[in-house]
Design a protein around this ligand. Structure first.
Ligand code: GLN
Length: 281
């Protein structure tokens, strides 16, 4: 079968399975299995893939039909217009998480070349810290994660994006054992309530690591720890920015207020959900 025919077959199969963008996904899937750009499929419809290439197309199609997100098939995801590799121990970075980077940059304003000291708690793929280091050329940062496998990924992502000389990654349980102060602390902690586990979207529940998703019974477990750790580690006049789950703004705000933090800003995602909170001691 030519890749033109493969394209039509994969597109039909994906669209019958109810996927949006079946045509472009099909093109991407075929091009990627061949190690080519998407345009190859359009420009060379008569190319005949080898049996090995055909097996790979079938395999990826099967995985996609079982709900595996494209970014996991690719093993790479774009965040803040930078490439990040993923493995099964890293959360697939979401576009709304870019709000945290935006929040920090707005707060920083013109002070872009100050030697900011940044801490990223629960760094995963490293996307938050690496995006910020990419923007702030004199900043240095530390990324903490419980998972060694996530840290390995974060280190290689830092190198991939040219910020490895200013980034360190270290295994740890939130801020435990760390010494501050840090000027900027960021975190996208697990915040999904355990009780929502059953109703989670398949692509999230099956392919994102549980460790990065669930924040105890009420989803707020990690914020309770983070409030204390941030209190101890944040420099006076520094900024902490955290991602929050849908409907958690009041509760998270209250936790910080109780510890005498001041809320500096709240940012909404494209769906109008309050997604990022900026606080200061
Ligand atoms: N933002 C992810 C989701 O909605 C959850 C990740 C997290 O808990 N921080 O699926």
């Amino acid at each position: 079968m030519t890749i033109g025919e493969w394209h039509r077959f994969v597109e039909k199969t994906l669209s019958e399975a109810g996927l949006d963008n079946a045509s472009s996904e099909a093109k991407w899937l075929i091009a990627s299995t061949l190690g080519k750009e998407n345009s190859f499929v359009t420009l060379h419809p008569t190319y005949l893939p080898s049996p090995r290439e055909e097996d790979k197309i079938q395999e990826w199609l099967g995985r996609r039909l079982k709900g595996e997100p494209l970014s996991r098939l690719k093993g790479v995801r774009e965040f803040w217009s930078l490439p990040f590799h993923l493995n099964e121990h890293t959360l697939d970075p979401r576009p709304e998480t870019e709000l945290l980077v935006e929040g920090v940059l707005k707060w920083i304003g013109k002070r872009r070349v100050d030697p900011w000291r940044i801490l990223d708690l629960g760094t995963g793929s490293g996307c938050l810290l690496i995006a910020l280091l990419h923007e702030l050329k004199k900043a240095t940062g530390l990324g903490i994660d419980l998972s060694e496998d996530a840290l390995t990924m974060a280190r290689s992502n830092a190198a991939l994006n040219g910020v490895d000389s200013r980034a360190a990654f270290q295994k740890g349980n939130w801020g435990e054992g760390l010494d501050g102060p840090f000027d900027i602390i960021m975190s996208n902690p697990p915040y999904i309530p355990l009780k929502d586990k059953e109703t989670l979207e398949k692509s999230v529940a099956q392919f994102d690591p549980s460790l990065a998703l669930f924040g105890g019974e009420d989803g707020l477990e990690c914020y309770r720890i983070l409030v204390q750790d941030i209190k101890r580690l944040l420099a006076v006049g520094g900024l902490a920015v955290l991602e929050i789950g849908c409907g958690q703004r009041k509760d998270v705000d209250a936790l910080f207020q109780r510890a005498n933090f001041k809320t500096l800003f709240l940012l909404k995602d494209l769906a109008g959900i309050e997604r990022a909170i900026g606080v200061q001691v």
